[in-house]
Design a protein around this ligand. Sequence first.
Ligand code: SF4
Ligand code: SF4
Length: 145
Amino acid sequence: MPEHILSGIKALVAMKMRKEGKLQREIAEYLNIDRSMISHYLHGRYPSDRIMKISEVIAELPVEYGARIIHSLSNEKDIAKKLIKVIYNAKIKIDNDKCLACGACLICEAISIDGIEVKIDEDRCFLCGECISKCPMNALKFVEE
Ligand code: SF4
Ligand code: SF4
């Protein structure tokens, strides 16, 4: 079941990218999927209606919850990030006015601390959202790009 739901999320992303004018080839490259599968997604041949409904519910969740679910469905962090980017158009942001530089969020390679300044490397961030739950000051959050 989880891989079918992941396919549903990919189908939603493919449809959204197509609406935004991307070619099938570009969508296939972005998602690292065969073009024939993108064609199935775009023509509603796969996955089933039930799976698509579940996927739509996930896509309508607040990004904090949706990103967590997508990461739990995918073994590939970079693909999960791409799906989250298209669905939610989000990134992680730090509120330096709230941050106490306690270091509790230093749980991945994307976050570093320089003196009392915490930085997030967007290229290395997979948008998993785990750092948000580590911060005692509510200084980290998803924001729209
Ligand atoms: S969202 Fe995940 S990958 Fe990105 S900085 Fe936070 S913990 Fe690291
Ligand atoms: S956990 Fe929160 S308060 Fe602590 S360093 Fe990270 S962002 Fe700042």
